[in-house]
Design a protein around this ligand. Structure first.
Ligand code: UDP
Ligand code: MG
Length: 344
């Protein structure tokens, strides 16, 4: 999205301390309540703030309502999509248009509670870069939502090594630096904490309130869990092997060569023991097959290496992140703050 100006280009004066980011898709009944609750909580913070609503192509009156908010309150910013691009895209647009030092996304349907925002901020002041919300008592359908999500969370936690209970909670606080250069797609928003952890950020979680949906309907069902698992594989790959994909492919190649070797050895033994000729022995074919696959996988690994080179060179991304610099100026091309690498 080349036309998206990142908020970092904005002058310092228009920046705020806290940005709340709300993706909105057909939430006309919730919006007035949400705005009122947010207003009350944020006014009580004693910090500068803004609320960034992203209308994800709603077909009800949501956009008209947001227009009305924006007309009355300059701290309300609205981005309206041309059509429905999905929650992740809406969140991404929200992050890009937000100017806050701390970015707090939340759902528009009143399932997240604005009252948790001060708690998230307090936790963040203890020195964390990401404070992830944990819907400890989640109020959704058990079989289609809570159970699959619990299983998915377990798997994600195990595979990524970032121990969180709830990756699906939109309500989370991110420090701005962590979100710089993060681009989201698929179901990737739930892996930002993983990303942040990998970039050296401090990640923790905080139990937050969760309410049943009062108005409108949920936009998701069981199928979402599968998409999450697929994205997880990508994330695992990217986080662990982006700098050395040949190692990743190399393991498969080794396994394949090993199988190939064992098959040939077995074929030879059968010839010696039982006198079976190779043209009568299917194991010989397995040996040939796994041998060829092994060679292919090695070459795919090399291609992936080439790709990664292009990726890093084209974007001049370092393979490390700097937390602070003492008596050394930041080099021109790496910015002044640590820039986590682009999310998958
Ligand atoms: N949402 C969106 N675009 C979509 C689907 C959902 O912006 O295509 C928003 C929706 O308005 C809500 C949030 O994403 O603010 C979470 O959606 P939902 O409540 O349906 O998900 P659930 O809470 O059931 O996981
Ligand atoms: Mg919801």
């Amino acid at each position: 999205m080349a036309d998206l100006q990142t908020a970092d280009a904005e002058p310092e004066a228009t920046r705020v301390a806290v940005s709340v980011i709300v993706p909105v898709y057909n939430e006309e009944d919730s919006l007035p309540h949400l705005y009122q609750q947010l207003h009350d909580v944020l006014e009580g913070l004693g910090e500068t703030y803004e609320i960034v609503f992203v209308d994800d192509g709603s077909r009800d009156q949501s956009m008209a309502i947001l227009r009305d908010f924006a007309g009355r309150d300059k701290r309300v910013r609205v981005v309206g999509f041309r059509r429905n691009f999905g929650q992740t895209a809406a969140l991404d647009a929200g992050f890009k248009h937000a100017t806050g030092d701390v970015l707090i996304p939340m759902d528009a349907d009143l399932q997240n509670d604005p009252k948790d925002i001060p708690r998230l901020l307090a936790k963040m002041r203890e020195g964390y870069d990401v404070v992830s919300g944990w819907r400890k008592e989640r109020k959704d359908a058990f079989l289609t939502r809570i159970l699959p999500s619990r299983i998915a969370n377990r798997i994600i936690s195990r595979i990524t090594g970032v121990r969180l209970h709830d990756y699906g909670c939109t309500l989370t606080a991110y420090r701005r630096e962590i979100m710089r250069d993060v681009h989201l797609y698929g179901e990737m928003h739930r892996f930002i904490p993983v990303w942040a952890h990998w970039a050296g950020g401090k990640v923790t979680e905080l139990a937050v309130d969760h309410h049943p949906r009062q108005f409108g309907t949920t936009k998701y069902g069981l199928s979402r869990t599968f998409r999450v698992i697929l994205d997880l594989i990508t994330v695992r790959f990217l986080v662990a092997y982006t700098t050395k994909p040949a190692y990743f492919f190399g393991r498969f190649a080794l396994l394949s060569f090993l199988l190939s070797f064992l098959s040939f050895a077995w074929t030879l033994l059968e010839k010696v023991w039982l006198g079976t000729w190779v043209h009568n022995n299917p194991v010989f074919l397995i040996g040939i097959f796994t041998g060829i696959v092994g060679v292919q996988v090695v070459f795919v690994g090399l291609l992936a290496e080439l790709n990664i080179r292009t990726h890093f060179e084209a974007q001049r991304r370092p393979a490390y992140f700097v937390r602070e610099r003492l008596n050394v100026p930041a080099p021109d091309d790496s910015g002044t703050s640590p820039a986590p690498r682009r999310a998958p």
